[in-house]
Design a protein around this ligand. Structure first.
Ligand code: ACM
Length: 451
């Protein structure tokens, strides 16, 4: 039997829906006549709803509070395709990744961003919490990660190039050779901050997916604890961008470190997915290190290159023990049989991962990296890379164009990315996010055919 519950719409809807999530519904009607009927056992998908306008009253039926929330988001936009319609997202995973490692993003900005995501019916905020340029999450027993790893002595900036440095638009330097400002900056969240962000997001049906990027992109952690890195190098937190040679050492102490970090991550973030990076390790570093060569042999690996998979596997297996599924950046190599591939390859890049049995989230860099220039003549000082214009963003499809229709089910959805190399503050970040995020969010909700 269906239990119909009427909940308030209009200005108080957000509170009411928060209450809906915890099962304490009121029975009120909005002044504009909108009535939301929530029947937990209606045969509708997790975010699906049916909307009907009748005699000046808008009635929404949804099978879950998330469905009702999505309907009311659309009502708020005044966007009604018909008097009666059924609406559901094309993809369950509709996200934005935000890089809070290269620049610390204050909690208040994350709170605003969560509202911006919810308004666009996005349901994942993936936080890239660690990288060479910063470590943002406190880990008990490893206090130097935030004491040392959360601060860097300046950054490269765009603007007038350093004399003799390559033009970032003319080659693959990507602006890394530009000026260095020498201004110390950084910051980190407290556990309470992160719990607040998670709770605020959950009330808006957005899941926060944390990322700890390993075994490369670890210079901030190695600056804090040199013994974590191959050769125990004495390094600062990185002040430039681009790929460094530093990698985690394949030692038992590093295994303990990864376990401690992921346990704390699982304690703070209740979502079912945790991203463990896996991207761009400089394999040369392990190849030349006698300790890594010996450990790879002891582990029975064919060579040190296989340590990349080994690191992702130990992280994925730790997460499995905590009931979570790992995600990793897919750039052509399936790094774990049990983890989900987030493919940042262009075009149909993720199809090969799907053919090999992986579940895939599409993050095609040529259509979703919002730090890229928005036009050929873009003078935005906070952008870098190649050109991703609005038309291209609008053509983003989570299921890449491909002939094998039976593989479509392997694609869970997609996400936009905001890497923050040259985006030090909110205004900069918003200048990159919008309007291209609107177009990607629309494509994720509607699916769409291939143009
Ligand atoms: C990436 O752009 N390295 C995921």
């Amino acid at each position: 039997m269906t239990t119909d519950l009427t909940i308030v719409a209009g200005d108080e809807i957000w509170d009411a829906l928060g209450a809906a999530a915890s099962g304490v519904l009121g029975a009120r009607r909005d002044s504009d006549g909108t009535v939301c009927v929530l029947g937990p056992d209606i045969a509708l998908g997790p975010e699906e709803y049916v909307l009907r306008k009748e005699d000046g009253v808008t009635v929404v039926r949804a099978g879950s509070a998330a469905g009702a929330f999505r309907a009311l988001t659309r009502i708020r936009r005044g966007d009604h395709p018909a008097d009666v319609y059924r609406d559901a997202p094309a993809h369950p995973w509709r996200g934005l990744m935000l890089d809070v490692a290269r620049w610390f993003v204050p909690v208040e900005e994350l709170i605003v961003l969560i509202d911006q995501l919810a308004a666009r019916r996005l349901n994942v905020l993936h936080l890239h919490l660690t990288d060479d340029q910063g470590w943002r999450i406190p880990i008990p027993g490893w206090s130097r990660l935030t004491e040392i790893g959360a601060w860097r002595d300046g950054t490269t900036t765009r603007g007038a190039p350093i004399e003799g440095a390559p033009d970032p638009r003319a080659d693959d330097d990507w602006g890394h050779g530009h000026r260095h400002d020498g201004v110390r900056h950084g910051g980190h969240y407290t556990r309470a901050d992160l719990e607040r962000v998670v709770a605020y997001a959950a009330e808006r049906f957005v899941t926060v997916v944390p990322e700890i990027d390993l075994p490369g992109h670890m210079q901030a952690a190695i600056a804090a604890y040199p013994q974590l890195g191959v050769g125990a190098p004495d390094l600062p937190v990185a002040t430039r961008f681009g790929l460094g040679p530093n990698l985690l050492a394949p030692t038992t102490e590093v295994e303990r470190f990864i376990g401690d970090v992921l346990d704390e991550v699982c304690d703070i973030f209740p979502g079912t997915h945790v991203h463990v990076g896996g991207d761009e390790p400089r394999l040369e570093t392990w190849r030349q290190d006698p300790v890594s060569i010996a450990r790879a042999a002891e582990l029975g690996l064919p060579d040190t290159d296989a340590l990349r998979r080994w690191f992702v596997d130990i992280a994925a297996s730790r997460l499995r023990g905590r009931g979570r599924t790992a995600l990793y950046w897919y750039d052509g190599e399936v790094l774990s049989e049990e983890a989900i591939a987030v493919s940042w390859l262009a075009d149909d890049g993720g199809v090969a991962a799907a053919r090999r049995g992986a579940q895939v989230i599409t993050a095609d860099h040529t259509r979703t990296y919002l730090n890229y220039f928005a036009r050929d003549d873009d003078t935005n000082p906070f952008a870098c890379g190649i050109v991703l214009d609005e038309a291209r963003a609008a053509r983003f499809r989570a299921v890449p164009e491909m002939t094998d229709d039976e593989l479509a089910g392997a694609f869970l959805g997609g996400q936009a990315q905001l890497w923050t190399e040259y985006a030090p503050h909110r205004e900069a970040r918003e200048s990159l996010l919008f309007p291209r995020l609107d177009l990607i969010a629309e494509a994720l909700w509607n699916g769409g055919s291939h143009p």
